[in-house]
Every structure is written in C-alpha cells, then in structure tokens.
Design a protein around this ligand. Structure first.
Ligand code: NPG
Length: 370
C-alpha cells in the first residue's frame, strides 16, 4: 500500500524500422503514453498500449490521455493509501477504457514491487527465466518481400512466425511461406477482417498446417467464432474479442476459440492478465503473450507475464531492433536460440534511458495530488 503523490503523463514517439501494416491500417511510428507514478515509497512506470487511432480498439492516445488526466488519476489521488490490487474498485466508476486503466495499474504495481525489491516475474509466479520469442510480420507489398522478411527473421532465430493477413492475398501468401518453410510453427492474424461467408478461405488455410488462426471475425462475434471453429480444423485464437477474464471464460465455454492471446493492456493491466491466464489454465487452453509494438517499458512487463506457467506458446515478444533503431530502454536482445531473458530486477526491472526519453517526448504533463 502507498499514497500516490504525483503522476507524470508523457506522450512519446519513436519511428519504426519498417512500416507495420495490418488489415486495419499501417503504422510508421510508435506513439504512446507513458505514466510515471510517484508514491511515498518510490516510483513506477506504466506504458499505455493505445495507439494513434481508435482502430484496434475504441481507445486511442488522445482519448486515453483525457481519461487518465480527468478521471483515473483524480480517482487514484482520492483513494489515498492504495495497492495495485485495489485499483479495479477505485476505477470502477469509469466504464471500459482498459488500456488507460492498465497504465496506472501497472505503474502502481511497478512502484510497489520496486520498493519491496521484488521482480514482477516472481510476483506473477513465473516458472522460467527465458521465454521463446515469435515475430509478427506485417502485410508486405509483395510475396517476394514477405518471403525475404520471413527468411530474415528465421535466420535470427525466431521460433514462430505470425503472418498478418487480409482478404485477397491471404491463401496465396501463406501458402508461399509454408512452401518455403515446410516445418516452421506458422500462424496467421486477420485482425477481424473476415465474416463467416469467408469459410472457404479458412478451409484452404486448414491445409497449411497452422498453429492457429487469430481473430478471424468481428470482435463482438463470439457466437460466430464458435460456429467457424466447428467448421475448421485450425485452432482459433482470440485477441480483440477478449477484454476481461469474463470474456475469456465466455469464449472458451462457447468454443469460440481454443487458444488465447493475452495482452495485458487490452484486459486492464497485469493483474487482470493474470486472471485471464488462470481462467485459460483451468480450462487447459494454452495462452501466449501478444504485443502492441511496445517500447522497452511495456516489453519488460510482457516478458514477465510470458514467464507464467500457462504461457506455453511463443509470444509476440520480439527484440527491440525488430521495432526500433533505438529503444527507450537498453535494448532487449534475443539469443540465437530464439529466447529472451526475463528481467529479474525489482519491478519491471528496466528504466528509460534519460536522454532517449527526453529525445522521444512529444508532450509532458505533471499532475500532483493536492
Ligand atoms: O510485435 O508487438 C508486436 C506486434 C504484434 O501483430 C502484433 N500486434 O493485432 O496483435 C495485433 C498487432 C497490433 C499492433 C495491434 C499494434 C495494434 C497495434
């Protein structure tokens, strides 16, 4: 328990090494909010996974900034002496906005763990100190470029390739990658670009021995996903559809998916993510850690989460250099065996490099408790 005395909100921007295209848009820059909370015991960092536009979810940077500044931070100050575990209740008068809430939950948790000298991984019950890394490959301009990128990532050691797909080029592109690499763990992510009428696409993908098909249909269509899962062999994995532990249990009980992508930001923070993991484990469904092109701050949290026992599939926890020429923190590097070390220092175990932070800051606002 501690009293939060001030929160610094900061909008940061870092160019991506290559544009990242999905079925809903293209990103050339990582732009996100970082929160640094100052408590009577120390400080902690949280990264908001919202992006520039409300496309992956309803949340986006400018909206999240307002929700944080005008609702969540005042509620946090008013709560007085609190722990990260109390914040669910403290924030309950704000409906939704899990990404904005996660920013503060994670920052307060980081502060608590730093002051207790305990690592986030140990707090979450990690059972490994290295995790297997996958990589998510954006939609490339041509099949040749896609094949080049995939070959490059495999040469670096990535243990699973995930291809972003969209209607029109899907089966042909995935078949080309499968033909070039008959034995690699391969998955696809549609980011909700299809409907049940596209079942022939998924039947064709069934022939390509995929680890999973991620979020094929609209995020609100759990029943439709359950119908699709009955029509195809490849396991469905849900991402956008899962915003809480309740969504996770509904999806698994309905048979809408067999695998879950856990993104701590999407479900309201690390404590909710742990609950999603627990729900999945109880139903023996594998989970893996998704990514939102995080900076080193969010990446450190994701790595700790990935070290929990139910995270049995490689996550989108790629090395810093897959995203940025220079990260905000010391770069996360992947070993040639495709694994990355889980930070072991107190809290998330990393800090932004002061010069990098200054150079990447687009806006800064300090909010103090009265
Ligand atoms: O490596 O962090 C990463 C990116 C993984 O594909 C990835 N993320 O739909 O899961 C997704 C996608 C994404 C990225 C979505 C950014 C929204 C924003």
């Amino acid at each position: 328990m501690s009293v939060v005395r001030a929160v610094e909100l900061r909008l940061v921007g870092i160019p991506l090494v290559r544009p990242f295209r999905t079925s809903f848009g293209v990103e050339t820059e990582k732009r996100c909010i970082l929160a640094r909370v100052e408590t009577d015991l120390g400080y902690g960092w949280g990264e908001c996974v919202a992006g520039i536009d409300p496309d992956f979810s309803e949340e986006f940077n400018e909206g999240a900034w307002l929700v944080l500044r005008d609702f969540l931070i005042p509620a946090l100050f008013a709560a007085g002496d609190v722990g990260a575990a109390d914040l669910d209740a403290v924030f309950s008068r704000v409906r939704g906005h899990p990404m904005a809430k996660a920013t503060l939950v994670n920052a307060v948790l980081d502060a608590e763990l730093r002051s207790a000298g305990r690592s986030l991984a140990s707090f979450l019950g990690a059972d490994k100190d290295r995790v297997a890394c996958g990589v998510s490959v954006g939609i490339a301009p041509t099949t040749e470029e896609l094949l080049d990128q995939v070959a490059g990532y495999l040469a670096e050691g990535y243990r699973r390739i995930k291809l972003k797909i969209e209607p029109g080029t899907d089966v042909e592109r995935v078949a080309a990658v499968r033909e070039a690499h008959p034995d690699i763990p391969l998955s696809v992510d549609a980011n909700a670009a299809y409907t049940l009428a596209d079942v022939t696409v998924f039947r064709a993908l069934d022939e390509l021995d995929l680890l999973m098909v991620e979020q094929p249909l609209h995020h609100e269509d759990l029943v439709q996903h359950a119908k699709l899962q009955q029509m195809i062999r490849s396991p469905i994995c849900l991402d956008e559809s899962i915003r809480s532990p309740a969504d996770a249990s509904a999806a698994l009980e309905l048979g809408a998916c067999r695998i879950l992508n856990v993104k701590q930001g999407r479900v309201g923070g690390l404590l909710e993510a742990r609950r999603v993991h627990d729900v999945a484990r109880a139903q023996e469904a594998p989970v893996w850690c998704g990514g939102m092109l995080e900076t080193g701050i969010g990446r450190a949290a994701n790595l700790a989460l990935s070290a929990m026992p139910g995270f049995t599939l490689p996550g989108d926890t790629s090395a810093s250099r897959r995203y940025f020429e220079q990260d905000l923190t010391e770069p996360f590097e992947m070993a040639s065996d495709g694994t990355m070390g889980v930070p072991s220092g107190p809290g998330i175990g990393v800090d932004p490099l002061p010069d990098r932070l200054r150079a990447c800051t687009l806006r800064l606002e300090r909010i103090e408790k009265e």
